[in-house]
Design a protein around this ligand. Structure first.
Ligand code: FAD
Length: 421
């Protein structure tokens, strides 16, 4: 068998298949192996999540990932990490990181490949991939033109990933190959990506660059292509995570998470004070109080809201509600003005103009339509012997180790199925 792409999914599949008796050739056009793993998780690779469940993945066919995730679970990968003597820790919401560096996960994968007798050619670009129409006895089902000559194989596994971070070797080779064999591609888009705003719209917030705070962010995903109105009604999606202001827009885990669900033109709703009804808190502060609005406002907000943001928010709202001056006595302000201030921060409605694109996106949403793949084996239903694993497939995980878990699970489902065929 040939695996194209020596990233997370390709390396894991190659090692697992080799250990099950298959002769494996692994090809990658990049000079360095698994660069994306190296830069992942801030250099410490968030290699899985203790709670990796189908609900943590998006795609047009949401149940597709269920079988592979059940066949090879996060507990299975944690066990492998332990067997390799890699120390790790849980950071936040089940996210597991190496104590040392991402290189430990790359070394784990390379060791598994060595144990499986895998031959790796890298750098080695791949050109045309042809299916042999009716292979005779002793003939292989596929021929591949590579920079190191013609290769013949019975199984071809495509593990070339998504389009994110083109400068380290991402290409749309896998998606194009899928199309060549008649597969539909769910439109690709950057996901887990910072969101940007029109420069004019953002000018009033850009000075807050670097400000971070916990928020709840909500978006209503666009209905899937072909979805009928009423049926399959899309529900709003919310994340309770940190938000970061940047020079060009918004980032931080809350925004990366919601970006995967955001569609151009749609507003986001951001609650800057989760769990607090700010309008009510401001009304309460009128009782027997001589405080100025700026003090009452600061007191109503959670401590986690930085002072720079509290001040900027009040000034911005005062531009539309002139009564809301910093020095105004809160007891003398009308409820409707206080309500406007409180509600604006409890439900900040803002429409991004775009994203930072593939250069900054952690993953690519969309990919090979899973309705044309076997969920048990990842094999193409259109071309026997052809498999798609990892990010090239239309399965996109949330932020937090879910994407690597999909790489491991889909790779193992494929390796086991090939070994049994
Ligand atoms: P990749 O790992 O991208 O591997 C694809 C391989 O295919 C590459 O080696 C590439 O060189 C090769 N290739 C591409 N085109 C060709 C071609 N034409 N010919 C030959 N070879 C080709 N996910 C997590 O779960 N946790 C994290 O901490 C995390 N951090 C991330 C941080 C960053 C900055 C980025 C960009 C992503 C992060 N991700 C993380 C996402 C995760 O890295 C990917 O989802 C995962 O690597 C996908 O695995 P893959 O094997 O499908 O693709």
């Amino acid at each position: 068998m040939v695996v194209i792409g020596a990233g997370a999914a390709g390396l894991f599949c190659a090692g697992a298949a080799g250990q099950r008796g298959l002769r494996v050739l692994l090809l990658d056009h990049a000079t360095k192996v698994a660069e994306k793993i190296r830069i992942s998780g801030g250099g410490r690779c968030n290699f899985t999540n203790r709670e990796a469940l189908p609900a943590n993945y998006l795609g047009e066919n949401p149940h597709f990932c269920r079988s592979a995730l059940a066949q090879y679970t996060c507990a299975d990968f944690i066990e492998l990490v332990r067997r390799h003597g890699i120390a790790f820790h849980e950071k936040h919401k089940g996210q597991l990181f190496c104590d040392g560096s991402s290189q430990q996960i790359i070394d784990l994968l390379l060791t598994e490949c060595t144990e499986g007798g895998v031959t790796r050619r890298q750098p080695c670009g791949v050109g045309a991939v042809r299916a042999v129409a009716e292979p005779g006895p002793g003939e292989r089902r596929f021929e591949l033109d590579t920079e190191q000559g013609l290769v013949r194989a019975d199984h071809v596994v495509v593990a070339t990933g998504g389009l994110s971070i083109p400068k380290i070797g991402a290409t749309d080779f896998g998606q194009r190959l899928a199309q060549q064999f008649g597969h539909r591609i769910v439109p690709l888009r950057p996901a887990l990506v910072p969101l940007t705003f029109d420069a004019a719209q953002w000018a009033r917030w850009s000075a807050l660059s670097g400000v971070a705070l916990p928020v709840v962010v909500t978006a209503t995903p666009a209905p899937a292509e072909g979805a009928t109105k009423g049926k399959n009604k899309v529900k709003p999606v919310s994340f309770d995570e940190d938000l970061l202001f940047t020079h060009r827009g918004l980032s931080g885990p809350a925004i990366l998470q919601i970006s995967s669900f955001w569609a151009p033109g749609q507003p986001l709703s951001i609650n800057l004070a989760p769990g607090i009804d700010l309008a009510e808190a401001l009304r309460q502060s009128k009782q027997g109080s001589r405080r100025q609005l700026s003090t009452a406002w600061r007191d109503a907000l959670p401590e986690a809201v930085p002072q720079r943001l509290a001040q900027a928010w009040l000034q911005d709202t005062a531009a539309r509600h002139p009564a809301l001056q910093d020095t105004a006595a809160v007891a003398e302000l009308k409820d409707k003005d206080l309500d406007a201030l409180g509600q604006s921060a409890n439900a900040w409605s803002i429409t991004p103009s775009g994203t930072e694109g593939y250069a900054k996106a952690e993953v690519t949403a969309g990919g090979v339509d899973t309705r044309e793949l076997s969920s048990q084996s990842m094999e193409s239903k259109l071309q026997p012997g052809l498999y798609f694993i990892g990010e090239v497939v239309d399965v996109t995980g949330w932020l937090g180790g879910y994407n690597f878990q999909w790489a491991w699970s889909s790779a193992m489902a494929c390796a086991r199925a090939m070994a049994q065929s």
